[in-house]
Ligand binder design. Structure first.
Ligand code: DGP
Length: 252
């Protein structure tokens, strides 16, 4: 599963001038409106970056997302954290009830609900990115595919509902041996927090990684500050590229 065609991109799309001075400050998003001859216009814009953190349960994604947000905010780079599943929506509440074992759903249905939970936020996600805000996202389609494929569902079937969602610009996979994650706090409360299952999920995640330049494997056993420094160093050039107008891509 990779990044596909540019979203709303036209042939001859150019970068917008302007950069992050010293990577310390970001001007508000710049827009270059180009008429398309039918009364409408196509906007070729500076934008925020889609930075994704993926990994097994208890791999430390949430703490790293929070630290990255603090780091970017400190540098006046507009950013916010998004989290999937988003348990606040109607679909998200069904997912939450399933995860906390209050309700039962068959594997295909819950898979599609997780995907629907990403789809229902897609438009808002695109708008936030185009407004210049960097999104630090805690789990996304790769969790969706890895968890369902680990249950034995067909991999291509698992990928299909993700096609057309916005693709991340960088993916940090926090790699941790499932046995170590299992020893971390509160493990075992939710449906998927079983060592045998997490081992299968880890295998699926590793199958999904590719060398398209967006995936970064981070050793999640390192110290929290060292991990964060690594993520920051790799994120800043990505944010800069997006600020310069790198096209928004969709999942394929
Ligand atoms: P979290 O809120 O990040 O702890 O995620 C809750 C649990 O749901 C966790 O075990 C991972 C799993 N999960 C997250 N996204 C998906 C998804 O899209 N599909 C499936 N099947 N599981 C997911």
């Amino acid at each position: 599963m990779g990044a596909g065609r540019p979203l709303g991109a036209q042939a001859g799309q150019e970068s917008v001038p302007g950069s992050i001075p010293g990577v310390k400050r970001v001007a508000s998003a710049q827009r270059l409106e180009v008429g398309v001859g039918n009364g409408g216009s196509a906007a070729f814009s500076s934008r925020g970056a889609f930075i994704l953190l993926e990994g097994l349960d208890r791999s430390g994604k949430t703490s790293q997302c929070e630290r990255l947000l603090a780091f970017l905010t400190d540098r006046q780079i507009p950013a916010e954290i998004w989290r999937y599943p988003d348990r606040r929506t109607t679909v998200g509440k069904m997912i939450s009830s399933y995860l906390s074992k209050k309700s039962e759903l068959d594997d295909a249905t819950i898979h599609l609900l997780f995907a629907a939970n990403r789809w229902e936020k897609r438009e808002e996600m695109e708008a936030r990115l185009r407004s210049g805000c960097t999104l630090i996202v805690d789990r996304y389609s790769f969790s969706g595919i890895a968890f369902s494929a680990a249950k034995g569902l067909d991999l291509d079937w698992c990928k299909a509902p993700e096609v057309g969602l916005i693709a991340p610009d960088a993916i940090f996979y926090l790699q941790i041996p499932p046995e170590i994650a299992a020893g971390r706090g509160q493990y075992g409360e939710e449906r998927y927090e079983r060592l045998s299952f997490q081992k299968l999920v880890a295998k699926q995640f590793e199958n999904l990684m590719n060398d398209d330049g967006r995936w970064h494997v981070i050793d999640a056993q390192k110290g929290i500050d060292e991990i964060q420094r690594h993520i920051q160093e790799l994120s800043l050039p990505v944010i800069e590229r997006c600020h310069q107008g790198a096209p928004l891509l969709d999942m394929r």
